[in-house]
Structures are given as structure tokens and as C-alpha cells.
Design a protein around this ligand. Sequence first.
Ligand code: FE2
Length: 380
Amino acid sequence: MSAVTTKTSEETILDEQSTLRLTFALPGESLSGQTKKDEKTGALIVEREDEYKYKDWLPTWEPTFYKPLEFFEHVDRGTNANPSFINLFPPQKLKNDQIKFRSISPKFGVEVTGDVQLSQLSDEAKNELSLYVAQKGVVVFRNQDLKDQSLDFNKKYGEYFGPLHIHQSTPAPKDYPEFHLVYRKVKKDESSYVFGDRLAGLDWHSDVSYELQPPGLTFLVLLDGPETGGDTCFANAEEAYERLSPKFKSLLEGLTCCHSGFEQSTAYKAQGTLLRRAPVAHNHPIVRTHPLTGKKSLYISGNFATHINGLKLEESNLILNFLKDFIKASNDLQIRANWENGTVVCWDNRRVLHSSTVDWDNAEVARHLYRITPQAEKPF
Ligand SMILES: [Fe+2]
């Protein structure tokens, strides 16, 4: 990785002699040559000349630095859900075959098609959605119109489930820092930011796990993208935990792992982005319990999970690498969610890990998605 000279809002300078190897693969966007500074506001912006329908959702970094996140009591909306899901999937519609389900794998993940419009759900149905996604891990909804609702609508929609997470460094639409954006423009070597210095792009993680209260139910909404490519891969962290032997499970019980946002912050900073918040690190249990289902899952989040507390360096590396490798190798606890116009993928960041797939660098159109990321409880 070449040396980087950049100056950020925090006045941090990496000089020409510094060699910074970015071990953190940036999932959202490569910025070189596509951002412009708005001289009036100081914001970094991405512009498009064409008649693009979703210009309001184009990436910006505004020079606003936020306070650290504060603890809040979280009660999952799924706590009040009707476990028969009669509001989310009304029996009459099921009877008339107006809603169809396809299991993506026998263990987890389901695709829902037909007469379900997320934007139109009642509060009761939203409560059920939270429980349903907790049970299924991943739910792929097709033909959704969330992307055609206003940014305000999407913000209020997400806030129903919890305070929306403002990312420390990834781009967001102007005036809406609560949305995390994925944006890749059409460029032949667009994937070189990943494969320039490594062979594989997989990074099984749970979003922003370094926060005190990382997200639970999470929405990723496609605005525009190529016909094929960019699948989101998911791994079932409950199944991963269940497969461990009783003796290994008991070794992990009670251990906590440090999840750090510092490396991600450094990586974005090196690209010249404006950071929104000082990076943080938090300790979370390696085996966490889901507040709605009571099920346990492995909570070891890719590059965020740096070390296990109370173990020596080599011991910690051995266990973390073993767990990460085991999940990587287990295609029988993984699925892929593909994207088409109107797709919204909901997942529960508490019980599945995910990774992007970088295989679309010859695409004809830009790849553009937004994530709605309500924060949830402090992992326990
Ligand atoms: Fe992610």
C-alpha cells in the first residue's frame, strides 16, 4: 500500500515516509478521484452529471464532528410482537397465495415476495418484523418501495426500532448522517482497492460492533446496481456456536473480546474522508444471547475483533483465528443474498455475520445502497 499524505478535520497528517498498511478492507466506497470539496461548506461531495433518480442519496461528508454516543435503555420492538405474525403476513393474504416464502437454506434466511410492502407496515407489523428477522437471521424482501420514499420517511421508519447509528466515517446523504451509504461508481479497476494488496475480499463482520450498543435489526436498501454481482454473504453465528463441542463452549463462556473502531477510522482517514466521531473500542461477550429468542451466538466481528481479554496475545490470536477460519470454511452455515431492483435485505446483526462480495468491477451502472441501522442493546 503506498504512503498517504492527507489532512483531515482533526489535522492528522501521515507524511510521505509513513507506510500505512490498511488491514481494514473498506466496504463502502473508494474515494480517489470521485469526491469534490464544496468550498462554501467544506463538505466532501460526490456529484453526477446524468439524470440519476437518487441524487439526494449521493455520498457526502460534512465537516461536523459529533459527541461520543451515550448509553440508552433499549427495548427491542420484537418484545411486543405477536409470534403468529398475523399483522406482517395477514392470514387472508397467505390463504390467497399473495405472499410467498422461499427458504434460502434449511437453517436460516428466507426470501419474501408478493404483497408485503415494508413502507406500509403498521406498528404491530413492524414489531413482528423485528421478531421475524431475529428468528430467520436474514430476510430478503423483493419489489419494495422504501427507496422511493423520502429520506425523512426512511429516517422516521428506522427510528421506530431504535436511535439511528451515525457512522464514524462512512459517507451519508447531505443532511442525513443517519444513513450509511455504499457507493461505487462505474470504473474498470474499482475493485483494486480490495485486491491491490490481498487475494481475498471476505470479511465476516457484524456492523460497527465496536460501539457500546451495536445494531440489531438492520436494513440494506438497493437504489441502483448492476444486474448481477455484489451479493451480500451471511453466516449463521448461532449455528456456528452450536457446532462447538461442550468443552470449547465452556471455554468461551464468560470471555469478552475487544472490538475496535480505531483501525477503520485510520483507514478512512488515510483516504482523506472527514471523520464524524472519535473512534472507540468496547468489550463484548464472545458468546452473546439474543434478547428475543434467548439463543446464543458467536460474536466475533472480522477486523473489529482485536483480542480476547484475559488471554495472552498468542492464546487470543489462536482462538480468534480458529473461530474466524471455522466460519470462513463452513459454507453449510452461509448463504448469499442477491440484489435486484426493489430489494431490501433485513438482517439481525446480533446473530449473523456478513461480508460483501467484490465482483462487479465491469458493471455498467454504479452500485448504490443505503443502510438503516438502528442501535440495539449492549450485548450480553
Ligand atoms: Fe457490513
